[in-house]
Design a protein around this ligand. Sequence first.
Ligand code: MN
Length: 251
Amino acid sequence: MRILITNDDGINAPGLAVLEAIARELTDDVWVVAPETDQSGASHSLTLHVPLRLRKINPKRFAVSGTPTDCVLLATRNIMTDATPDLVLSGVNRGANMGEDVHYSGTIAAAKEATLLGVPAIAFSQVFLPDQGLKWETARRHGPGLVRRVLESEWPHGMLLNVNFPPLDPDDVKGIKVARQGKRKIGDKIVHGRDPRGVPYYWIGGLRREGMDNKGTDLHAVAQGFIAMTPLHIDLTHDASLERLKRALET
Ligand code: MN
C-alpha cells in the first residue's frame, strides 16, 4: 500500500511526525508532501496568483509553498508520477476539527481533495484542552488499528472520514463512536486594536468552541471520551430541498 500524508499545520508540525509514525505501521511506502507554513483555516483553497515552490527534503519528502490542497495536487500530479497513492492521510491536526470546523479546516480539505481525485482519505485531529498539553500518543496508538479496520469495510465513492481523538491518555479512550457532524454556538472572538502607527487592525482569535453536545454528534462523542469518526461527503446538495424546490418551481 502506498500512503501519502499531508496536513495543514506545516511540514515541521509535531502532528505530522505522529501521522508518519501511524502510516509507517501500515506500510513502508510513505510519502510526505506538506505545506511549508501553517495553513490552518485555509480550507479548500488553491494557490492561483503566485507560483508554487517545491522543496525536496528527501526522495519521499517535500514541502510546498502553498495550501494543503496544493500539496495533494502536486503530490499526485507532479511527485508520485509512477503510481498514485492508495490512501491519503491528513493531520494529525493540532486541535479539534468538529462541527462547523470542517468548513474551515485545511486538514479536512486535503482529504477532500484526495476524494475528488478518487483516492480514499482520512483526516485526523487531536483534540486538546487549553490547560493541558497535546496528547499525541493517543492518536499515535489508536490510529493504525483504526485505519486497518476502516480499510476492511466498504469505501463508497465520494466519501471521506473525519476522525477526532479525545483529549485523554491512550488507555483512557472509551472506544470509537461513528457520529454525525455536530453544531456549535457562533462565538468567534475578533481582537481589535491599533498597530504601532495607529492604524486599526482586526485579528480573528478563538473560533467557536462552545459545543451544543447533541447526542450522536462528533462533539458529544469526544466529550464522552470516545474517538469520533464522521463520514463526510463532497456533494453538498440539500436533498430535502431539492425535492421541495422541484415541486414548487419546476413546471
Ligand atoms: Mn491545523
